[in-house]
Design a protein around this ligand. Structure first.
Ligand code: C2E
Ligand code: MG
Ligand code: MG
Ligand code: MG
Length: 287
């Protein structure tokens, strides 16, 4: 856009042009080699039980450190990889890496906790998804009941195929969360018929709590809906004590956000939340 408005055909190279100049095409090409070049890594963000401050799980999130551009936002490159199909091998790499990590933690003596992994719709509805997932579970030694797959609310549920996969996952013992909940369209009816375990309230609704009347109403509605349907609720993007207190008062059990911790690289996560080899399982909420 900057280029168009300048009126010049020849422009001096400017650092702030990097991102645009580094076109999607180039980025897409780099994406193809990023796995073998070991440019991806996983970071881990704790999920905290509000009532006792215990860590009950982690969400694994991918990071791409591009050799020239530096860190690229997952939103950007996940979407690219969905468009060109690379999400399939990338998604497998994510599952494998995170499950293997979980297994290592358990083998090192930490009490097992839930591992949440984001799954793209493209990956989820791919005909080989279940087969590949079972293979990864077998290979890594991940215990299915500690695995929670996060899918966004807008998954094509009208699509029968998706509900069949959900049922098969349930039989495998794997849990399902609806991520970014509240931003899409779900009827009570359909939430009731799907095999879903958890709703993750989108962080846009947590943002101005407890001051925004709309968000207060939305969160309270989600809470009573979840209670009615017997679903667990996780609040995403919790950054303040006030938000946390509001959530606790309104019956939300689990919270995740910068208030507790940013997503951390493995070593830092271990140091902060698992400590040496004697994790007591309690994370004390600051102040
Ligand atoms: P998401 O699944 O909703 O993940 C939560 C996002 O919120 C993460 O951003 C996390 O860093 C951020 N976050 C957590 N707590 C806070 C907070 O208190 N305040 C704010 N402002 N942000 C917070 P991230 O890592 O940049 O990921 C963005 C999105 O990219 C994810 O949203 C997910 O949709 C996608 N993504 C990330 N990693 C993966 C992955 O491994 N696989 C797939 N398929 N998608 C991924
Ligand atoms: Mg998520
Ligand atoms: Mg997500
Ligand atoms: Mg989310």
């Amino acid at each position: 856009a900057a280029k168009k408005n300048s009126g010049d055909h020849f422009m001096m190279y400017q650092p702030n042009m990097d991102k645009e100049a580094y076109s999607n095409l180039q980025l897409e090409n780099d994406l193809r080699y990023a796995v073998e070049r070991k440019e991806f890594s996983m970071v881990y963000q704790p999920l905290i039980d509000i009532s006792d401050g215990k860590m009950v799980g982690v969400e694994a999130l991918i990071r791409w450190n591009h050799p020239i551009r530096g860190p690229v936002s997952p939103q950007e490159f996940i979407q690219l990889s969905e468009e060109n199909g690379l999400i399939i091998p990338l998604g497998q790499w994510i599952l494998e890496t995170a499950c293997l990590q979980w297994k290592q933690w358990v083998e090192n003596g930490y009490s097992p906790f839930t591992l949440a992994i984001n799954i793209s719709i493209i990956q989820f509805t791919h005909p080989n998804f279940l087969r590949d997932l079972k293979e990864i579970i077998r290979k890594t030694g991940m215990e299915p009941r500690y695995l929670e797959l996060e899918i966004t609310e807008n998954i094509p549920f009208a699509n029968n195929f998706a509900s069949i996969i959900l049922n098969d996952l349930k039989h495998l013992g794997v849990k399902i969360s609806l991520d970014d909940f509240g931003t899409g369209y779900s009827s009570l009816q359909y939430l009731n018929t799907l095999s879903i375990d958890t709703l993750k309230i989108d962080r846009s609704f947590i943002k101005d709590l407890p001051f925004n009347r709309n968000n207060i109403a939305i969160v309270q509605t989600i809470m009573s809906m979840a209670q009615f349907l017997d679903l667990k609720v996780v609040a995403e993007g919790v950054e303040t004590k006030e938000q946390l207190l509001f959530l606790e008062k309104n019956g939300c059990q689990i919270a995740q956000g910068y208030y507790f911790s940013r997503p951390l690289p493995k070593e830092e996560f271990e140091r902060t939340f698992l400590m040496d080899s004697k994790w007591t399982g309690t994370y004390y909420i600051n102040d």
